[in-house]
Write a protein that binds this ligand. Structure first.
Ligand code: BGP
Length: 479
């Protein structure tokens, strides 16, 4: 017997910028992701200084949910989804970010989307910022380098909390707030925080200063949300890749532990309401000057989150015996001391497939925080083949998801973890974030669109569609 509650939130997850398209419609302003080029065929995505050039920007049209939302939501309802996680495109609501008044057309779009979801009893789960900062805030103020952007974010949060207070209960402040910890890839600081590094700057110090502003912004938003509707559940959202020691050598164990602090730093502050000792020591040891204003301590304490949302795709392994490789731009969870784990297979994009790592993660987080958990991203990015009759047999995806659902059930049934729900990533094909490709597909619904932007955008069901429907109907029993 499964002990998943009858209200368990089975769902699917997206982000506005990978899904909606309509990048300059309905009064929307450009956001930091709208200047990212496609990065297919092993070439990393690039940040350009223009919004429109001859280059291809996959996010501009994405998979056009903006015009297909009724059809898409009907498909999600047919699948039996209990919830849908997506974000509110910040620059749809405040096109430049620092205006006095919000854009009514943008607000109306999400009213329409939420009404359509409610028609089918699908609960919206909303991320306030999923890499969608208005571009103007990044250009004018240097993104979250500036305290001014904290005010802009809190105002945006207040406007949408107020507007949707009777339609949305579950919120998250920043998507994967911690992925910029890997300062080797400029993409993360830009999309998370609207920050470009300047010549000679210490990347980690800039990252922590920016992080402080985001932590304050998150805490202020949580407090504001609770004031507007005390029934809101407002969570943190972190990217989690557990780090294993490669051997039982205590040096490897300690190395893995130190790396894990990079994973815990943000939720430690967002859940506990204060900085952990290891971070303060790091600032001191490395001479980082992180400017904090008087009253910030109190803000952090007053804005603790209600639950922890996290993404889980893979694990990684480190060894104290390898020379750190700091050179490469990493997007796959690879770390300077990273080594292959001989017990684990990887996807075509090198992401280690490790369902037990999900159970391990749920246990470690739950022990540490004693808060409800929400798996808000998990999935298998792969190339799909459309057969002549139009069918798509995505068995590897079914196997991946099934094994991860087994793992989460074990965490609930055998370990007693309090888990709110599970929203697999991109249940309809969308633009991949790290690569900008369409070829890397996560969906259970196929979208006819390719890396160059060709295709009819027609939606069709993969084998995983009916499989997931059955999983939901049986509350996770029939895998
Ligand atoms: C997370 C992001 C998502 C997302 C997912 C999969 O980092 O929150 O936006 O896309 O990873 O990554 P990718 O699309 O690069 O395969």
């Amino acid at each position: 017997m499964s002990e998943l509650s009858k209200d368990f939130l089975w769902g699917g997850a997206f982000a506005a910028h990978q899904f909606e398209g309509g990048w300059n419609e309905g009064g929307k302003g450009p956001s930091v992701v709208d200047v990212l080029t496609a990065g297919a065929n092993g070439v990393p995505r690039r940040i350009t200084d223009k919004v429109e050039t001859d280059e291809f920007y996959p996010n501009h049209e994405a998979v056009d949910f903006y015009h297909h939302y009724k059809e898409d939501i009907a498909l999600f309802a047919e699948m039996g989804l209990k919830c849908l996680r997506t974000s509110i495109g910040w620059s749809r609501i405040f096109p430049k970010g620092d205006e006095a008044e919000p854009n009514e057309e943008g607000l109306q779009f999400y009213d329409d989307v939420f009404d359509e979801l409610m028609k089918y009893g699908i609960e919206p789960v909303i991320t306030l910022s999923h890499f969608e900062m208005p571009l103007h805030l990044a250009r004018e103020y240097g993104g979250f380098r500036s305290r001014k952007v904290v005010d802009c974010f809190v105002k945006f949060a207040e406007v949408v909390f107020e507007r949707y207070k009777n339609k949305v209960k579950y919120w998250m402040t920043f998507n994967e707030i911690n992925n910029k910890m890997d300062v080797r890839n400029p993409l993360f600081l830009w999309t998370n925080s609207g920050v470009l590094l300047k010549e000679g700057e210490n990347a980690k110090e800039v990252m922590y200063q920016t992080a402080h502003h985001e932590l304050v912004a998150s805490a202020l938003a949580v407090a504001k949300g609770k004031e507007i509707n005390p029934a809101f559940e407002i969570g943190a959202m972190v990217s989690h890749v557990p780090i294993y020691p490669s051997t039982s050598n205590p040096e490897d164990i300690m190395l893995a532990e130190e790396y894990m602090r990079d994973r815990y730093f943000f939720p430690d502050v967002q859940v506990r309401g204060y900085y952990p000792s290891y971070a303060l020591k790091e600032f001191e040891r490395k001479g980082y000057n992180i400017v904090m204003e008087e009253g910030d301590d109190e803000i952090l304490l007053n804005g603790k989150v209600d639950y922890l949302g996290f993404s889980y795709y893979m694990s990684t392994t480190v060894s104290s015996e390898v020379e750190p490789d700091e050179s490469a731009e990493k997007t796959d969870g690879g770390l300077p001391h990273g080594v292959d784990n001989p017990y684990i297979q990887s996807s075509d994009w090198g992401w280690a497939i490790d369902p037990t790592g999900l159970r391990y993660t749920l246990n470690r987080f739950y022990d540490r925080y004693q808060l409800p958990m929400f798996i808000v991203e998990n999935g298998f990015g792969a190339v799909d083949t459309v057969e002549e009759d139009g069918s798509i047999h995505d068995e590897a995806r079914i196997n991946y998801l099934g094994a991860h659902i087994e793992a989460l059930k074990a965490a609930v049934n055998e370990d007693g973890v309090d888990l709110i729900g599970y929203t697999p990533w991109g249940i309809m094909d969308i633009v991949s974030f790290t690569t900008g490709e369409m070829k890397k597909r996560y969906g259970m619904i196929y979208v006819d669109r390719d890396n160059e932007g060709n295709g009819t955008m027609k939606r069709s069901k993969k084998d995983s569609f009916d499989w997931y429907k059955k999983v939901i109907q049986s509350n996770g029993e029939d895998l």
